[in-house]
Design a protein around this ligand. Structure first.
Ligand code: INI
Length: 155
């Protein structure tokens, strides 16, 4: 049986990070984590573009346009949606997830979902480089794996 998997070798191409400014105290460490992983896997720092948008609602369409540009090997969406006392959270988090998924399917480019959706500020902080790891770094690892997988598959 042939097992075909992505690896973490240095991939060809540029990487885009699309990050919301909302909750930047959480999103900035996610961006730093993603950048750190890419650079430590051999991606040149100037092959990484950071595109800032106002909030998680805007990440999907921005990721779609960026992926469609054909300039990037992968697009990493990063943001933080923290539940409040109204249903606003559900709309913003849902559209971010839907938008990033659609961007991937329509463009055929790996688009990563690194948007925290948490019930509390504490949960968000835990996932932005403290006791539950760094979800930006995790998304960048998956970006590397999937770029390398699609290169092996010739697609
Ligand atoms: N944007 C976020 O990225 N996180 C949030 O928690 C959030 N909340 O809670 O409101 C949020 N709202 C802004 C939204 O993403 C849009 O920028 C805004 O609605 C304008 O379209």
């Amino acid at each position: 049986m042939n097992i075909i998997e992505g690896d973490f070798a240095t991939p060809k191409g540029r990487f885009a990070i699309v990050a919301g400014r909302f909750n930047s105290f959480v999103v900035d460490p996610l961006v730093a984590g993603a950048r750190d992983v890419l650079v430590r896997h051999g991606v040149a720092d100037d092959a990484i573009d950071l595109i800032r948008v106002p909030g998680a609602w805007e990440i999907g369409l921005a990721a779609h346009k960026i992926a469609q540009s054909g300039k990037y090997a992968a697009v990493i969406g990063l943001g933080a949606v923290i539940r409040g006392s109204t249903p606003h959270f559900d709309y913003v988090a849902g559209e971010a997830a839907k938008g990033l998924a659609q961007a991937a399917y329509v463009s055929g480019v790996p688009v990563l979902f690194g948007v925290l959706t948490t019930d509390s500020i504490e949960q968000a902080i835990e996932r932005a480089g403290t006791k539950a790891g760094n979800k930006g770094a995790d998304a960048a690892m998956v970006a590397l794996e999937m770029v390398n997988l699609y290169a092996k598959l010739g697609s």
